[in-house]
Design a protein around this ligand. Structure first.
Ligand SMILES: O=C(CO)[C@H](O)[C@H](O)COP(=O)(O)O
Length: 210
């Protein structure tokens, strides 16, 4: 099980500072969608250059023109690129094909999907690398989480790795770990803490014990 730090509310210097603080306790650093919107793929490039040994995920949430966007993110240095599960199958397949060419990986984000099991089975058959259940900020605000959806995908996914994102905190991490995802994605649970390094270290310790 790996730990991914999601950076959503920072600029490039802020991202570098945060990663420098917690890097020994995380496996993957995510350049979040708001950061890419504000700073462009330059954010991915600069973080990969500054931390070449860290795996960098570009949270582009691709919906169309997937092959092209995966190519551009790969050129910027992303190791993993996100595509939305709601995208057309043609787009998912295009993303996977381009990722194979570039020797990168695709994480598909299930945000907004209602038939979790059905879509997860289809995505698994299309050869995506990760399938991620995700409660975005707008649903977190009304108290939702993806813990049950994680159990659902764990039951049907045979090949892809499983991941979970959305409001995970130190207090809820044990429940997440029980369901044994391959990847736990945490943003505010680390970045919103006063001592970010300690928060990341505690989460890493729990994950390593699992
Ligand atoms: O992709 C995202 C929002 O769309 C976030 O990066 C993801 O939800 C993790 O952040 P947090 O732990 O703060 O919810």
């Amino acid at each position: 099980m790996k730990l991914q730090l999601a950076l959503d509310l920072v600029d490039i210097p802020g991202a570098k500072q945060l990663v420098a603080e917690v890097q020994e306790h995380i496996d993957i650093v995510e350049i979040g969608t708001p950061v890419v919107i504000n700073e462009g793929l330059r954010a991915v490039k600069e973080i990969k250059e500054a931390f070449p040994s860290l795996t960098v995920l570009a949270d582009l949430k691709i919906m169309d023109a997937a092959g092209y966007e995966v190519m551009k993110a790969s050129e910027a240095g992303a190791d993993i690129i996100t595509v939305l599960a709601a995208a057309e199958d043609m787009s998912i397949k295009g993303a996977v094909e381009e990722a194979r060419k570039q020797k990168k990986q695709i994480l598909v984000d299930m945000i907004g999907i209602k038939d979790i099991e059905g879509r997860a089975k289809e995505l698994d058959a299309m050869g995506v690398d990760y399938i991620c259940v995700h409660t975005g900020y707008d649903l977190q605000a009304v108290g939702q989480n993806s813990f049950e959806d994680l159990k659902k995908i764990k039951r049907v996914v045979k090949n892809a790795k499983t991941a979970i994102a959305g409001g995970i905190k130190l207090s809820t991490l044990p429940e997440v770990i029980k369901a044994q995802p391959d990847l736990v994605i945490v943003g505010g649970g680390i970045t919103g803490q006063e001592d970010k390094k300690a928060a990341a270290a505690e989460m890493q310790a729990l994950i390593k014990q699992a």
